[in-house]
Design a protein around this ligand. Structure first.
Ligand code: ADP
Ligand code: MG
Length: 377
């Protein structure tokens, strides 16, 4: 299959949306297409503008209020977390990472569209009552799959994790104890872009990696009030990276009976990175105070830079110009995953509500542009 692979997930209408009478304007036709249909209120120019965007995969009907988009997988409101894991190609991505590839999963879309739910599942009911295992997200399912594979390969994989956040163009370590500290993003000829002094924590079992996930997610989820928190987490990008080193070829100290591989065998190093992107909604320019507009600018800048890099990477190799990874911290951090032999799975999260129509169209158009990147493992 070719990459990046594109998946759309349409969440159900929430109770609140149903109560206030929102209509469902997004439908999956069951053939990998998403259909967005709405009658726009008179005098709305914005919608027409979104639809006139050049997207080869969108068929816009003559009345300019309907659009159909085609993707490699579309999950409608009824899809379970397991359906998404199995049907999005996530399992294959885990296997490719074990084979030494740099793999990245992006969840993007407006705030409230289901990015965090898709990646991590819903919040636990309480400390003692964790969320049902059926609701666990792509991350926990991938960890389980990774550890199973590791076990079946005789535990020859060395696993470690790092967890970073980019907020207002500052990189913070979510695993460091105490208040989050800002780290420097550097570049060297040998390593490319890297984060100086970031913590990387070894783990060997599911409890340990899920513990790291919760530890990192905690400051984002619980910092102050629930409202402020949601605002914070939707204004920052979070990147959890699993580093997978194959111990094959290295004589193991713990199992001296093991036949050593020839030393010429390179030790493979793959990565599996989960990116929960900041909400893509356009923050209104007017009325945003100092702090808000700095946030909005940082988000717009990095999402634009990401979209820009991705659309340039979509060009055939021979025709590629310079890829401007340097335009944002996000694209610098992801330079290796996006280019070269990197493998990408994009999950566009969408609300079905009529109130989100214009953001939904903008998410789908963003996805369409990015969809034209092709790299093969
Ligand atoms: P985001 O991270 O994009 O801001 P969330 O993942 O926090 O959005 O989802 C917003 C709300 O919708 C949450 O209450 C979440 O539990 C709910 N939700 C999202 N996706 C689904 C889904 N597929 N099924 C049921 N509820 C969902
Ligand atoms: Mg979120």
């Amino acid at each position: 299959s070719s990459y990046p692979s594109f998946t759309i997930r349409v969440r159900p209408l929430t109770c609140a949306e149903t109560r206030r009478g929102d209509r469902r304007v997004v439908h999956s036709l069951g053939d990998g297409t998403v259909h967005v249909s709405a009658t726009s209120p008179p005098g709305t120019g914005g919608l027409q503008h979104s639809l006139s965007c050049r997207c080869p995969h969108a068929q816009v009907s003559s009345d300019r209020h309907d659009a159909t988009f085609g993707f490699s997988a579309v999950f409608d409101a009824g899809a379970s977390q397991e359906d998404v894991f199995e049907g999005s190609g996530m399992r294959q991505l885990v296997e490719l990472a074990i084979d030494g590839f740099s793999c990245t999963v992006f969840a993007f879309g407006q705030t409230g569209s289901g990015k965090t739910y898709t990646l991590m599942g819903p919040l636990a009911q309480s400390e003692t009552q964790p969320a049902s295992s059926a609701l666990l997200g792509l991350m926990q399912r991938s960890f389980a799959c990774l550890l199973e594979q590791s076990q079946s390969r005789g535990s020859d994989l060395a696993l470690s994790a790092s967890y970073l956040e980019i907020y207002n163009e500052q990189v913070r370590d979510l695993l460091s104890p105490g208040p989050p500290c800002t780290l420097s993003l550097r570049w060297s000829k040998t390593r490319g872009f890297y984060v100086e002094n970031q913590l990387s924590v070894d783990f060997e079992n599911l409890e340990a990696i899920v513990g790291l996930l919760l530890q990192g997610a905690e400051p984002r989820r619980r910092r102050t009030s629930a409202h402020a928190l949601n605002r914070h987490s939707s204004r920052s990008h979070a990147l959890l990276t699993i580093h997978i080193r194959s111990r094959a070829g290295v004589q193991s100290i713990t199992s001296p009976t093991r036949v050593p591989q020839p030393s010429t065998c390179p030790s493979k190093q793959g990565t599996l990175c989960f990116v929960d992107l900041a909400g893509s909604e356009r923050v209104k320019e007017t009325g945003s105070s100092g702090e808000l507009s700095v946030e909005a600018n940082s988000i717009n800048r990095s999402l634009l830079a990401l979209g820009h890099c991705i659309s340039l990477l979509a060009k055939p190799r021979g025709k590629r110009t310079h890829i401007p990874y340097r335009d944002s911290k996000l694209t610098r951090l992801l330079a290796r995953s996006l280019g070269g032999s990197g493998i990408t799975l994009m999950v566009a999260c969408i609300s079905p509500s009529s109130r989100c129509l214009s953001e939904t169209l903008s998410t789908l158009h963003y996805a369409c542009r990015a969809r034209r990147v092709t790299t093969r493992p």
